[in-house]
Design a protein around this ligand. Structure first.
Ligand SMILES: Cc1ncc(COP(=O)(O)O)c(C=O)c1O
Length: 284
Protein backbone atom coordinates (compact mmCIF):
# COMPACT_ATOMS: atom_id res chain seq x y z
CA UNK A 1 0.00 0.00 0.00
CA UNK A 2 1.29 3.48 -0.83
CA UNK A 3 2.30 5.75 2.04
CA UNK A 4 0.12 8.53 0.73
CA UNK A 5 0.20 11.40 -1.73
CA UNK A 6 1.20 15.03 -1.58
CA UNK A 7 0.31 18.31 -3.21
CA UNK A 8 2.43 21.45 -3.34
CA UNK A 9 1.40 24.81 -4.74
CA UNK A 10 -0.28 23.63 -7.92
CA UNK A 11 0.45 19.95 -8.50
CA UNK A 12 0.27 16.50 -6.97
CA UNK A 13 3.60 15.00 -5.95
CA UNK A 14 4.94 11.93 -4.23
CA UNK A 15 5.56 12.31 -0.50
CA UNK A 16 9.30 12.04 -1.01
CA UNK A 17 9.65 14.70 -3.70
CA UNK A 18 11.48 17.80 -2.42
CA UNK A 19 9.10 20.67 -3.09
CA UNK A 20 9.75 23.34 -0.47
CA UNK A 21 12.41 26.01 -1.08
CA UNK A 22 14.96 26.73 1.65
CA UNK A 23 13.50 30.15 2.34
CA UNK A 24 9.96 29.00 3.08
CA UNK A 25 8.64 31.00 6.04
CA UNK A 26 6.82 27.93 7.34
CA UNK A 27 10.04 26.22 8.27
CA UNK A 28 12.09 29.32 9.03
CA UNK A 29 9.51 30.96 11.30
CA UNK A 30 6.62 28.51 11.68
CA UNK A 31 4.77 31.28 9.85
CA UNK A 32 1.59 29.62 8.68
CA UNK A 33 -1.53 27.73 9.66
CA UNK A 34 -2.80 24.18 9.14
CA UNK A 35 -5.69 21.74 9.42
CA UNK A 36 -6.19 17.99 9.71
CA UNK A 37 -9.38 16.42 8.40
CA UNK A 38 -10.41 12.82 9.02
CA UNK A 39 -11.75 10.85 6.08
CA UNK A 40 -14.21 8.03 6.82
CA UNK A 41 -15.20 5.65 4.02
CA UNK A 42 -13.68 8.01 1.49
CA UNK A 43 -15.60 11.07 2.71
CA UNK A 44 -14.17 14.03 4.63
CA UNK A 45 -15.85 14.47 8.02
CA UNK A 46 -16.78 17.92 9.36
CA UNK A 47 -14.97 19.55 6.45
CA UNK A 48 -16.96 22.77 6.69
CA UNK A 49 -15.98 23.23 10.35
CA UNK A 50 -12.33 22.69 9.40
CA UNK A 51 -12.48 25.12 6.49
CA UNK A 52 -14.18 27.68 8.69
CA UNK A 53 -11.39 27.43 11.29
CA UNK A 54 -8.68 27.42 8.61
CA UNK A 55 -9.91 30.73 7.20
CA UNK A 56 -10.22 32.20 10.70
CA UNK A 57 -6.69 31.09 11.65
CA UNK A 58 -5.27 32.62 8.45
CA UNK A 59 -7.18 35.87 9.05
CA UNK A 60 -5.92 36.11 12.65
CA UNK A 61 -2.32 36.23 11.41
CA UNK A 62 -3.12 38.35 8.31
CA UNK A 63 -2.13 35.49 6.05
CA UNK A 64 -3.68 35.84 2.58
CA UNK A 65 -5.30 32.66 1.29
CA UNK A 66 -3.87 31.43 -2.00
CA UNK A 67 -7.26 30.23 -3.29
CA UNK A 68 -10.98 30.37 -2.56
CA UNK A 69 -12.58 28.05 -0.03
CA UNK A 70 -14.49 26.45 -2.90
CA UNK A 71 -11.22 25.69 -4.74
CA UNK A 72 -9.79 24.24 -1.55
CA UNK A 73 -12.86 22.05 -1.11
CA UNK A 74 -12.48 20.75 -4.68
CA UNK A 75 -8.77 20.10 -4.16
CA UNK A 76 -9.40 18.14 -0.95
CA UNK A 77 -11.96 15.95 -2.68
CA UNK A 78 -9.62 15.35 -5.60
CA UNK A 79 -6.72 14.49 -3.28
CA UNK A 80 -8.85 12.00 -1.35
CA UNK A 81 -10.00 10.37 -4.60
CA UNK A 82 -6.45 10.16 -5.98
CA UNK A 83 -5.07 8.69 -2.76
CA UNK A 84 -7.82 6.09 -2.68
CA UNK A 85 -7.70 5.28 1.07
CA UNK A 86 -11.16 4.83 2.56
CA UNK A 87 -9.85 5.68 6.05
CA UNK A 88 -7.48 8.60 5.77
CA UNK A 89 -6.23 11.90 7.15
CA UNK A 90 -5.85 15.01 5.05
CA UNK A 91 -3.22 17.43 6.35
CA UNK A 92 -2.88 20.84 4.73
CA UNK A 93 -0.87 23.88 5.64
CA UNK A 94 -0.59 27.37 4.29
CA UNK A 95 2.80 28.98 4.58
CA UNK A 96 3.25 32.73 4.17
CA UNK A 97 5.45 31.82 1.23
CA UNK A 98 9.06 32.08 0.11
CA UNK A 99 11.11 35.22 0.69
CA UNK A 100 14.48 36.43 1.93
CA UNK A 101 14.56 35.75 5.66
CA UNK A 102 13.35 38.92 7.33
CA UNK A 103 10.85 39.01 10.17
CA UNK A 104 8.27 41.45 8.76
CA UNK A 105 5.54 40.04 6.52
CA UNK A 106 6.60 40.14 2.84
CA UNK A 107 4.01 41.00 0.17
CA UNK A 108 4.15 37.65 -1.58
CA UNK A 109 1.82 34.77 -2.45
CA UNK A 110 1.14 32.21 0.27
CA UNK A 111 1.89 28.56 -0.44
CA UNK A 112 -0.32 25.54 0.17
CA UNK A 113 0.91 22.02 0.75
CA UNK A 114 -1.24 18.99 1.47
CA UNK A 115 -0.86 15.30 2.19
CA UNK A 116 -3.28 12.40 2.33
CA UNK A 117 -2.22 9.40 4.38
CA UNK A 118 -4.00 6.25 5.50
CA UNK A 119 -5.25 6.03 9.10
CA UNK A 120 -4.40 3.02 11.24
CA UNK A 121 -7.67 2.33 13.00
CA UNK A 122 -6.20 -0.41 15.18
CA UNK A 123 -4.16 1.98 17.30
CA UNK A 124 -7.20 4.00 18.31
CA UNK A 125 -9.29 0.90 18.93
CA UNK A 126 -6.67 -0.33 21.35
CA UNK A 127 -6.57 3.03 23.18
CA UNK A 128 -10.34 2.87 23.48
CA UNK A 129 -9.97 -0.44 25.33
CA UNK A 130 -7.06 0.53 27.56
CA UNK A 131 -7.79 4.23 28.12
CA UNK A 132 -5.08 6.84 28.03
CA UNK A 133 -2.38 7.41 30.59
CA UNK A 134 -1.56 11.07 30.99
CA UNK A 135 0.76 13.35 32.88
CA UNK A 136 0.07 16.91 34.00
CA UNK A 137 2.37 19.50 32.46
CA UNK A 138 2.71 23.25 32.58
CA UNK A 139 1.02 24.96 29.64
CA UNK A 140 3.99 26.87 28.28
CA UNK A 141 2.29 28.02 25.07
CA UNK A 142 1.62 31.57 23.96
CA UNK A 143 -1.58 33.58 24.39
CA UNK A 144 -3.22 32.70 21.08
CA UNK A 145 -3.83 28.97 21.32
CA UNK A 146 -7.07 29.36 19.34
CA UNK A 147 -5.02 29.96 16.18
CA UNK A 148 -4.09 26.66 14.55
CA UNK A 149 -0.59 27.87 13.79
CA UNK A 150 2.42 25.83 12.72
CA UNK A 151 4.28 26.80 15.91
CA UNK A 152 3.96 23.50 17.73
CA UNK A 153 7.24 23.33 19.63
CA UNK A 154 5.61 23.52 23.10
CA UNK A 155 3.16 20.81 22.01
CA UNK A 156 5.74 18.41 20.59
CA UNK A 157 8.14 19.07 23.48
CA UNK A 158 5.44 18.34 26.06
CA UNK A 159 4.22 15.29 24.16
CA UNK A 160 7.76 13.91 24.22
CA UNK A 161 7.92 14.54 27.98
CA UNK A 162 4.82 12.37 28.31
CA UNK A 163 6.28 9.63 26.11
CA UNK A 164 9.54 9.70 28.05
CA UNK A 165 7.62 9.13 31.26
CA UNK A 166 5.76 6.16 29.76
CA UNK A 167 2.44 8.01 29.25
CA UNK A 168 0.39 8.55 26.11
CA UNK A 169 0.04 12.30 26.37
CA UNK A 170 0.09 15.34 28.65
CA UNK A 171 -2.67 17.54 30.01
CA UNK A 172 -1.73 21.21 29.93
CA UNK A 173 -2.29 23.21 33.13
CA UNK A 174 -2.06 27.01 33.21
CA UNK A 175 -2.40 28.84 36.54
CA UNK A 176 -4.14 25.87 38.19
CA UNK A 177 -6.58 25.54 35.29
CA UNK A 178 -6.77 22.59 32.93
CA UNK A 179 -6.71 23.89 29.35
CA UNK A 180 -6.34 20.97 26.90
CA UNK A 181 -3.87 18.29 25.77
CA UNK A 182 -1.01 18.50 23.29
CA UNK A 183 -3.23 17.60 20.32
CA UNK A 184 -6.75 17.24 21.70
CA UNK A 185 -9.29 18.97 23.92
CA UNK A 186 -10.21 17.53 27.30
CA UNK A 187 -13.46 17.28 29.27
CA UNK A 188 -14.65 15.84 32.55
CA UNK A 189 -18.07 14.55 33.54
CA UNK A 190 -19.45 15.35 36.97
CA UNK A 191 -22.97 14.29 38.01
CA UNK A 192 -23.92 13.89 34.36
CA UNK A 193 -22.63 17.33 33.29
CA UNK A 194 -19.90 17.56 30.63
CA UNK A 195 -17.42 20.27 31.66
CA UNK A 196 -14.77 21.61 29.31
CA UNK A 197 -12.63 24.74 29.06
CA UNK A 198 -14.40 27.68 27.38
CA UNK A 199 -13.54 28.33 23.72
CA UNK A 200 -11.30 31.35 24.23
CA UNK A 201 -7.67 32.19 23.39
CA UNK A 202 -6.24 29.57 25.81
CA UNK A 203 -7.33 26.52 23.81
CA UNK A 204 -7.70 25.42 20.22
CA UNK A 205 -11.39 25.47 19.33
CA UNK A 206 -11.47 21.83 18.35
CA UNK A 207 -13.78 20.75 15.58
CA UNK A 208 -14.46 17.50 17.43
CA UNK A 209 -15.22 19.46 20.61
CA UNK A 210 -17.59 21.67 18.62
CA UNK A 211 -19.38 18.69 17.07
CA UNK A 212 -19.68 16.84 20.40
CA UNK A 213 -20.93 19.85 22.38
CA UNK A 214 -23.53 20.56 19.69
CA UNK A 215 -24.57 16.93 19.78
CA UNK A 216 -24.74 16.88 23.59
CA UNK A 217 -26.85 20.03 23.74
CA UNK A 218 -29.20 18.83 21.03
CA UNK A 219 -29.79 15.55 22.84
CA UNK A 220 -30.26 17.04 26.29
CA UNK A 221 -26.87 16.18 27.80
CA UNK A 222 -25.91 19.11 30.03
CA UNK A 223 -22.73 20.95 29.05
CA UNK A 224 -20.81 23.58 30.95
CA UNK A 225 -17.99 25.51 29.30
CA UNK A 226 -16.08 26.43 32.41
CA UNK A 227 -12.55 26.33 33.75
CA UNK A 228 -11.70 23.54 36.17
CA UNK A 229 -8.67 22.70 38.28
CA UNK A 230 -6.35 19.71 37.97
CA UNK A 231 -7.82 18.47 41.28
CA UNK A 232 -11.21 18.13 39.58
CA UNK A 233 -9.72 15.56 37.21
CA UNK A 234 -9.21 13.20 40.12
CA UNK A 235 -12.74 13.48 41.47
CA UNK A 236 -14.57 13.45 38.10
CA UNK A 237 -16.85 10.57 37.10
CA UNK A 238 -15.26 10.47 33.64
CA UNK A 239 -12.32 12.13 31.90
CA UNK A 240 -11.95 12.05 28.12
CA UNK A 241 -10.24 13.75 25.20
CA UNK A 242 -11.63 14.95 21.87
CA UNK A 243 -9.73 15.28 18.59
CA UNK A 244 -9.99 14.68 14.86
CA UNK A 245 -7.69 11.66 14.81
CA UNK A 246 -8.21 10.52 18.40
CA UNK A 247 -12.02 10.98 18.22
CA UNK A 248 -13.38 10.51 21.77
CA UNK A 249 -10.98 8.61 24.01
CA UNK A 250 -11.21 7.94 27.75
CA UNK A 251 -8.43 8.86 30.17
CA UNK A 252 -7.92 6.31 32.92
CA UNK A 253 -4.69 7.36 34.59
CA UNK A 254 -3.10 10.72 35.38
CA UNK A 255 0.34 11.00 36.99
CA UNK A 256 0.06 7.34 37.97
CA UNK A 257 -3.34 7.69 39.70
CA UNK A 258 -6.52 6.10 38.39
CA UNK A 259 -9.24 8.53 37.40
CA UNK A 260 -12.94 8.13 36.66
CA UNK A 261 -15.46 5.99 38.43
CA UNK A 262 -15.16 3.59 35.54
CA UNK A 263 -11.42 3.23 35.38
CA UNK A 264 -11.80 -0.33 34.08
CA UNK A 265 -14.06 0.61 31.16
CA UNK A 266 -15.17 3.74 29.32
CA UNK A 267 -17.90 5.65 31.19
CA UNK A 268 -21.45 6.00 29.90
CA UNK A 269 -21.15 9.60 28.62
CA UNK A 270 -17.93 8.92 26.77
CA UNK A 271 -19.54 5.86 25.20
CA UNK A 272 -22.57 7.88 24.09
CA UNK A 273 -20.41 10.60 22.58
CA UNK A 274 -18.19 8.18 20.74
CA UNK A 275 -21.20 6.36 19.26
CA UNK A 276 -22.65 9.69 18.13
CA UNK A 277 -19.42 10.69 16.44
CA UNK A 278 -18.94 7.34 14.74
CA UNK A 279 -22.56 7.28 13.61
CA UNK A 280 -22.29 10.79 12.13
CA UNK A 281 -18.97 9.90 10.48
CA UNK A 282 -20.54 6.88 8.79
CA UNK A 283 -23.33 9.02 7.43
CA UNK A 284 -21.11 11.97 6.48
C1 LIG B 1 -3.79 21.68 20.82
C2 LIG B 1 -4.95 20.99 20.20
N1 LIG B 1 -6.14 21.01 20.85
C3 LIG B 1 -7.22 20.39 20.35
C4 LIG B 1 -7.16 19.69 19.16
C5 LIG B 1 -8.38 19.00 18.64
O1 LIG B 1 -8.91 19.71 17.57
P1 LIG B 1 -9.75 18.98 16.44
O2 LIG B 1 -10.91 18.34 17.11
O3 LIG B 1 -10.16 20.09 15.54
O4 LIG B 1 -8.85 18.00 15.80
C6 LIG B 1 -5.95 19.66 18.43
C7 LIG B 1 -5.87 18.96 17.16
O5 LIG B 1 -4.86 18.86 16.54
C8 LIG B 1 -4.82 20.33 18.97
O6 LIG B 1 -3.65 20.33 18.32
Amino acid sequence: MSEGIGYAGDRFVSLTEPVVPIEDRAHQFGDGVYEVIRVYRGRPFLMEYHLDRFVKSANFISLPLDRSTEDLRVLIHEAIARAGFPEAQVYFQLSRGFAKREHGFPAIASHLTLTVRPVDEGKLASLWRTGQQMILAEDIRWKHCHIKSLNLLPNVWTKQMAIDSGAHDAIFVRDDRVTECTSSNIAIVRDGVIITHPANEWILHGVTRRFLLEHARSTGLPVEEAVFSPDSLFTADEVFTMGTLSEVTPVNMIDGREVGLHADLPGSIVRKLRSALREAAKLA
